[in-house]
Design a protein around this ligand. Sequence first.
Ligand SMILES: Nc1ncnc2c1ncn2[C@@H]1O[C@H](COP(=O)(O)OP(=O)(O)OP(=O)(O)O)[C@@H](O)[C@H]1O
Ligand SMILES: [Mg+2]
Length: 273
Amino acid sequence: MEEVSAEINFFLLVIAGTMGMLSLVLLVYIYKKKVLTEKARLQELKNAYQKEMLQASIEAQEQERRRIAEDLHDDVGAMLSLVRLNASRASEKARDRTLKDSTEEIKALIDEIILNVKRISRDLLPSTLNEFGLIEAIKELSDKINNTSPHLIKFNYLKFEEPIDKEIELALFRIAQELINNAIKHASATEILIDLEIADDIVKLTVEDNGQGFSINKVDGGKNAAKGLGLKNIRSRVSMLDGTLEYKSSLSKGTFAQVKISKEQSSEKKVLA
Ligand SMILES: Nc1ncnc2c1ncn2[C@@H]1O[C@H](COP(=O)(O)OP(=O)(O)OP(=O)(O)O)[C@@H](O)[C@H]1O
Ligand SMILES: [Mg+2]
């Protein structure tokens, strides 16, 4: 009898031990799960915060561009017109031939500066984009460059049936502007191909050059990394709109960049914008 009860006790002890162990494992599991959930929540908050910071920094950039464009137009432009008027008067009154020639030269120079200021302020504040949309704005940009470097840019596009979000248009325009600038500035390209289309509600912008290319790893991690802002800004804009960026470059073959952004931005993001 005693032996049986000892066996029962032992059995109960084993069960209690096992239950204890199981509870402990369960507790550890629950704890770990809680830690992981908390970590994921924190990561989510961090991502949201980073996105907000990116958004704020890009909005600040756009605001600054607008301010500079307006100052250039209203202050510098107005002053230049005044200087031109004075130069014109001086030229009319000048009796001496050399003086007249000089004032005429000054007038021509001022005209050139006025045109340059207009160009810079238009680049900073792309009014065509607001008025006529992305296709017309990229067309205007390409035409302007092709006027000085014939046939450098080839722009292919498929007309959009519906208008796309203004925020997406501005982002894609700035990205195209930067990629074209890079191709002109760094690549010595003889051909820059731009392609713009919408398929399955995804807006796709491709900019490809046939220039000298570069090592992306070097730029991302090397000493150039902190210097240039262009590629960083492109990444920020793409990430802000939950898009994707494919970026490839090979030495002496050229550089390829493709951005895809969903045409349908969530309402939450529209409120943020
Ligand atoms: N299309 C390209 N062809 C060759 N090299 C390029 C091209 N695009 C970028 N690079 C290289 O990558 C670097 C980083 O480009 P990024 O646009 O970030 O900076 P940046 O053009 O030098 O300066 P920023 O854009 O701020 O005026 C460039 O300095 C250049 O060395
Ligand atoms: Mg650049």
